[in-house]
Design a protein around this ligand. Structure first.
Ligand code: NAD
Ligand code: DAU
Length: 331
């Protein structure tokens, strides 16, 4: 297959491209704008006859049309992805996540190309800490932030293009990913690189907020499974039963990096901060036979810490800018 992978120079998209090269014979064309979050170095070392990078915008209709005309399937990761940035400046989230997805859907419709839309569990809002229910494919949409509302909007566009125009699309909504190549604005790599720089980790609010962690490779295997076996028009939730509260994650990072477990600061909370996410991925497991491979969050975290330690050249240039942005908000 010839896959067009949007956002393939970002965190999860680049992990997906590495995974596809290692586990399939597919050819990959990456379409990526290389925003602050994209990094061509994340694709370094991949065989040139298997992976091609096209630098451009998913909201550019002519470019998107020409690339989709050549593809057998589109896997759509490109997005503005960070909640804190969406609180600061929502506009790019509308442009990329909504108009960009619309532009891709119109081209997929014209060329009758298979389309997989990568989305987030944040479209469902949040749960109480003691709620026995987890998110399922039937949970009503209730997004909290400018970021998650634009992802919810993009999911609804995909559903409408399936029903109205017969676009051959599937959707997945995944929980929080961790692993190599994640931008250092995000929680886990921010704290790891803080410790490496001698800066105390920063925990928003009380740190009781819960995220449901999954390794990026498990997300990739799930997306490939849905691409191969998913039913057109359907949504699949992706999760690996990895609930942890933020306080415990920071303390574990400190411990694994040889620091006292309490050597962190509480900082200003995020506006509208979602309390808890938790995924029930029964459907994906029972109907499509998918299983996560990474069962031990602590050892996954240890490997991720080792990756940031060994790849300082990949992240160092952006560290001062990211910390200055957070400092300006008291975070
Ligand atoms: P990321 O911010 O690391 O990467 C996004 C990529 O998209 C970057 O390479 C960027 O250059 C590119 N991009 C942005 N705007 C573009 C545009 N207009 N045209 C072309 N390329 C553009 O994001 P991520 O964390 O890898 O997330 C990827 C996708 O997965 C997103 O759709 C996100 O909503 C979804 N998702 C993320 C998580 C998570 O935990 N990070 C969980 C579930 C779903
Ligand atoms: O659930 C899936 C979502 O996970 C994706 O859709 C998003 O693209 C992705 O960014 C992620 O969103 P979160 O907002 O959950 O991730 P983030 O890494 O920004 O924060 C994780 C938790 O850690 C959250 O509760 C906020 C908190 N946090 C974050 C930062 C950056 C801190 O306590 N300190 C920090 O410095």
């Amino acid at each position: 297959m010839r896959l067009l992978v949007t956002g393939g120079a970002g965190f999860i998209g680049s992990n997906f491209v590495h995974y596809v090269v290692a586990h399939t014979d597919h050819h990959v064309t990456v379409l990526d704008k290389l925003t602050y979050a994209g990094n061509a170095d994340s694709l370094k070392g991949l065989p040139e006859d298997r992976v091609e990078l096209v630098v451009g915008d998913i909201a550019n209709p002519a470019l998107v049309d020409s690339l989709i005309a050549e593809a057998d399937a589109v896997v759509h990761y490109a997005a503005e992805s960070h909640n804190d940035n969406s609180l600061d400046d929502p506009r790019p989230f509308l442009d990329t996540n909504v108009v960009g997805t619309f532009t891709l859907l119109e081209a997929a419709r014209r060329h009758n190309v298979r389309f997989h839309h990568v989305s987030t569990d944040e479209v469902y809002g949040d749960l109480e800490l003691d709620d026995p229910q987890r998110f399922t494919e039937l949970t009503p949409y209730n997004p909290s932030s400018p970021y998650s509302s634009t992802k919810a909007a993009s999911d609804l566009l995909v559903r409408a293009w399936v029903r109205s125009f017969g676009v051959k699309a599937t959707i997945s909504n995944c929980s929080n990913n961790y692993g190599p190549f994640q931008h250092i604005e995000k929680f886990i790599p921010r704290q790891i690189t803080n410790v490496l720089r001698g800066i105390r980790p920063k925990l928003y609010g009380t740190g009781e907020n819960v995220r449901d962690w999954i390794h990026a490779d498990d997300h990739s295997s799930a997306v490939l499974t849905i691409l191969e076996k998913g039913v057109i028009g359907e949504t699949y939730l992706i999760g690996a039963d990895g609930e942890e509260n933020n306080k415990n994650v920071v303390e574990t990072i400190l411990e694994l990096m040889g620091q006292p477990r309490d050597a962190y600061d509480h900082v200003a909370d995020r506006a509208g901060h979602d309390l808890r996410y938790a995924i029930d991925s029964t459907r994906l497991r029972t109907e499509l036979g998918w299983q996560p491979q990474y069962r031990d969050f602590r050892s996954g975290l240890e490997a991720t810490i080792a990756w940031y330690r060994e790849n300082e050249a990949w992240w160092a240039a952006d560290k001062d800018r990211v910390e200055a942005f957070y400092a300006s908000k008291g975070q």
